[in-house]
Design a protein around this ligand. Structure first.
Ligand code: NAI
Ligand code: MG
Length: 334
């Protein structure tokens, strides 16, 4: 039977970069069947809900989804859709690789870092969010459980082994956030003991930001809690040419959602300016997850050649072309 993928085009630049990616998957001969679902503002307009039941049911049924960015309206009592999806399907691991391509405007050309972000707890637990009636005091609860910390750190080391990585850096703020970050670090140290074949280091998050900017070559894999992972992965994207270059996989026990790290980019939406590389790289992660490594490799080779030769690249990469020209350049190489 054909593998069925749930496709959520999403908001803003989402539909353009998702369509580009589907073309690439088809041209590479992946032979998937796609079932489309709405989420985000587009779903709110059509169905009166940010994440309709049908969308949740499709994700559950097909177990694999390729998703565009979703706009969460700010300050209107909506909880983030992404947080909802990650919690609902227990997608506890967010795998965010960044890899340099030569010949772009990026600051570095030798970066190869995977950030493993805990995706269901931490500062994004959604628990205990209150705002006092007089608007003078706001609270939110950060949650770290031993189980959650152990699960994500173990996932990081297992990924390191599978991908032949040499070093895992646990990033924390245990000196100040003694309970939450403290527990995360304690568990990270325990898990590290079980992987003597992999070098384990730890770093405080603020220093880590500075180190990533000054001397990013020292990093191989980073494992960290939700909020730090969110911020560090955008920082890492900045090292390799920006958010247009950064994919992410949300992985749980029996379901996975692949997407870009970035959002709906309202500033460039509808202008054919978005770089689809982020979602194409997410699709490569999806192919690897589905053990279709040969297809993944073919697409990676095509997109690398387009970017490194500068043939029809988008503006964020220093080129002067749009989403569709860039995509055509990739398709021609497949
Ligand atoms: P953003 O990530 O959408 O954009 C930040 C900057 O990066 C913008 O200048 C944008 O033009 C640029 N950019 C992003 N993707 C690009 C691409 N593929 N090619 C070229 N340039 C690209 O962040 P922003 O503006 O803070 O958020 C916009 C909306 O996206 C918000 O509603 C936010 O909630 C949502 N969002 C959704 C996410 C998701 O669905 N996974 C993740 C992050 C934000
Ligand atoms: Mg983010």
């Amino acid at each position: 039977a054909k593998q069925i993928i749930t496709v959520i085009p999403g908001d803003g630049i989402g539909p353009d970069i998702i369509n580009a990616t589907i073309k690439v998957l088809d041209k590479a001969g992946c032979n998937f069947e796609y079932e489309y679902a709405d989420a985000g503002l587009v779903a709110l307009e059509k169905h009166g809900e940010l994440v309709p039941e049908e969308t949740l049911a499709l994700i559950k049924k097909n177990k694999i989804a390729l998703k565009g960015p979703l706009t969460t309206p700010v300050g209107e009592g909506f909880t983030s859709i992404n947080v909802t999806l990650r919690k609902q399907f227990q997608l506890y691991a967010n795998v965010r690789p960044v890899l340099s391509f030569k010949g772009t405007k990026a600051r570095y050309d030798n970066i190869d870092i995977i950030t493993i972000r805990e995706n269901t707890e931490g500062m994004y637990s959604g628990l205990g969010q209150t705002l006092s009636e007089d608007g003078m005091k706001a609270e939110a609860m950060s949650l770290v459980t031993r189980e959650g910390a152990e699960r994500i750190v173990t996932f990081a080391y297992e990924t390191a082994r599978k991908e032949g990585r040499k070093k895992v850096t646990a990033v924390h703020k245990a000196n100040i956030l003694k309970s939450t970050s403290g527990l995360f670090l304690k568990v990270a140290r325990e898990v590290a003991q079980r992987y003597p074949d992999i070098e384990s280091t730890e770093m405080i998050v603020d220093n880590c930001c500075m180190q990533l900017v000054m001397n990013p070559e020292q990093f191989d894999m980073i494992v960290t809690t939700n909020l730090f992972g969110d911020i560090l992965s955008d920082l890492c994207a900045g090292l390799v040419g920006g958010l247009g270059m950064a994919p992410g996989a949300n992985i749980g026990e029996d379901c996975a959602i692949f997407e870009a790290v970035h959002g709906s980019a309202p500033d460039i939406a509808g202008k054919n300016l978005a770089n689809p590389t982020s979602v194409i790289l997410a699709a490569i992660q999806m192919l690897e997850y589905l053990e279709m490594g040969d297809k993944a490799e073919n697409i990676r080779r095509a997109i690398t050649d387009v970017i490194e030769s500068g043939d029809r690249t988008t503006r964020d990469l220093g080129g002067s072309h749009g989403t569709t020209d860039f995509t055509d350049a990739v398709l021609e190489r497949l």
